[in-house]
Ligand binder design. Structure first.
Ligand code: ACM
Length: 488
């Protein structure tokens, strides 16, 4: 069955079907890559070969052509499907990669299988002209409460890029574990990345610097920016277990594997604190090509307001000194922020901790309200996985809000984008991660990408149903929410 041209998530900006045209891939189809497009052309061939069984050679002659057009923004693209061939044009490789994800969705669902299928690989005719609403469309994975391997993170990246998600925030440290190797402080991972760490003591592991770099490069090849988070001054019990000099009394606290929050704090008045933070931020910044380093800042209930301010005011300049823009959870915005700082808003109620004040002085805001974007919230009270402190989060609820209307004083021009965080207290496997992510992340992806006027729940619901078979074909676990009329 040939799909309709607009049958894509996130909804494209402009869709002009040509009912008289279609293009069918066959064993003779080749891909033509203009200079600068070879990387995405190779990716396109890689994702189409397993299911089609076709060679799909990449060269300078073929019915599928990739080229750049300086008149388009970097992430914007044009996809033209005519009977004679298919043309992908974009401002930069990132836009071509977006065009490829759209093209994949316009093929029969079997395109996502890993072995050759006997299917007519027909694309519907017409033109799509598309560009993102926001430059930052993110997901977050908590690898501290439960560690996920490099292979698992790569699989997660492959699943999320299909929805034009272009940032992956890794929550690398928390009370229950420390997951990134730091040369200057080796016990962080030797002790707090080892056996018995993680919630219930069942999520051990850490990334060596080589592992982390492998993730960064895999993500970059798919136009995803890794945003590393070192959470402080709270959420630091794992660091204090490894280095008791980071506590007020110099005594190591017990290792924690429960899910409490708000009990640990770095000491704002101690020099060791800043020596530690400087080393960690310097090493993490050096490993990270992307523009951001996230410093957490949330739920610092064990830090006095005065100490919190002292701490954040000393740490923010370290991030900028190492060449990065700081991101922090919205509590950080109680402090005067440098212009490059990004506030990540996660509140449930429309109260403000300074986010609007930061926006008023030109600061950018990343929208992650917990009641709409937290992928670890249960779908319903009966969900076996997840938490419910921000309420249950069905698909329609995840889809039915707008980031520019969430917080008075934080409008479209203040928004960097949207991010859907996934905390891992209840998660134990990649399948658990994917089950909580899909089908809700596509809702957040559409909010972050598509023009507001295209937002339509019935349309989204219908387009989302088509992903059931697509996820099955690529063995991506998902929650078969009864809100969606999945094909039988
Ligand atoms: C958070 O949910 N503590 C950012």
């Amino acid at each position: 069955m040939t799909r309709e041209l607009g049958d894509v998530i996130p909804a494209p900006g402009e869709v002009r079907p040509d009912a008289a045209a279609f293009f069918t891939l066959d064993a003779g189809t080749a891909i033509s890559a203009a200079p600068g497009t070879e990387h995405v052309a190779a990716y396109l061939a890689d994702v189409l070969r397993p299911a089609t069984g076709f060679d799909l050679p990449v060269g300078d002659n073929g019915a599928i052509t990739l080229s750049l057009d300086a008149g388009l923004a970097a992430e914007a693209y044009r996809l033209e499907i005519a009977t004679g061939g298919v043309r992908l044009t974009a401002g930069a490789s990132a836009g071509l990669f977006n065009a490829v994800q759209t093209l994949r969705q316009l093929l029969p669902a079997e395109i996502y299988t890993g072995t050759p299928q006997q299917v007519a690989w027909t694309l519907p005719g017409g033109t799509i002209v598309d560009a993102p609403r926001f430059g930052y469309r993110g997901a977050m994975l908590d690898v501290a409460r439960h560690f996920f391997t490099v292979a698992e993170v790569k699989a997660f990246i492959d699943a999320i890029v299909q929805f034009k998600i272009n940032h992956l925030h890794l929550h690398l440290t928390d009370d229950q574990g420390w997951r990134i190797e730091i040369d200057a402080w080796p016990k962080l991972t030797a002790i707090s990345g080892g056996d018995g760490t993680g919630v219930d003591g069942v999520g051990p592991g850490f990334y060596t610097k080589a592992d982390y770099t492998e993730i960064v490069e895999y993500a970059a090849a798919r136009f995803v920016t890794i945003v590393p988070e070192i959470d402080m001054p709270g959420h630091v019990n794992a660091a204090q277990v490894a280095y008791p000099e980071l506590t007020a009394d110099g005594v190591a606290p017990p290792q924690r594997t429960d899910v409490e929050v708000g009990y640990s704090s770095l000491v704002a008045g101690k020099d060791e604190t800043y020596a530690f933070v400087a080393d960690v931020l310097r090493e993490v910044a050096a490993l990270t090509p992307g523009p951001y380093v996230h410093i957490g800042g949330d739920e610092a209930q064990a830090t006095t307001a005065e100490d919190y301010r002292t701490f954040i005011e000393r740490v923010l300049p370290l991030v900028t000194a190492y060449g990065k823009s700081p991101i922090g959870w919205h509590e950080m915005a109680t402090v005067d922020l440098p212009p490059s700082a990004v506030t990540q808003y996660w509140r449930i109620e429309a109260a403000d901790d300074g986010t609007a004040r930061a926006a008023a002085t030109g600061g950018k805001v990343l929208m992650s309200p917990a009641d709409r974007t937290y992928l670890d919230m249960k779908y319903t009270e009966d969900s076996p996985l997840g938490l419910d402190w921000a309420g249950v989060l069905g698909v329609e609820k995840a889809y039915g809000w707008d980031p520019a209307e969430r917080l008075p004083g934080v409008g479209e021009e203040s928004l960097l984008g949207v991010e859907a965080p996934l905390w891992s207290e209840t998660l134990r496997s990649l399948d658990d991660v994917l089950t909580m992510t899909f089908p809700r992340l596509p809702a957040i992806a559409e909010i972050g990408w598509s023009p507001r006027e295209t937002r339509d729940w019935e349309s989204f619901r219908r387009r989302l149903a088509a992903f059931g078979p697509r996820w099955q074909h690529q063995s991506v676990a998902y929650h078969p929410s009864p809100e969606i009329a999945w094909p039988t």
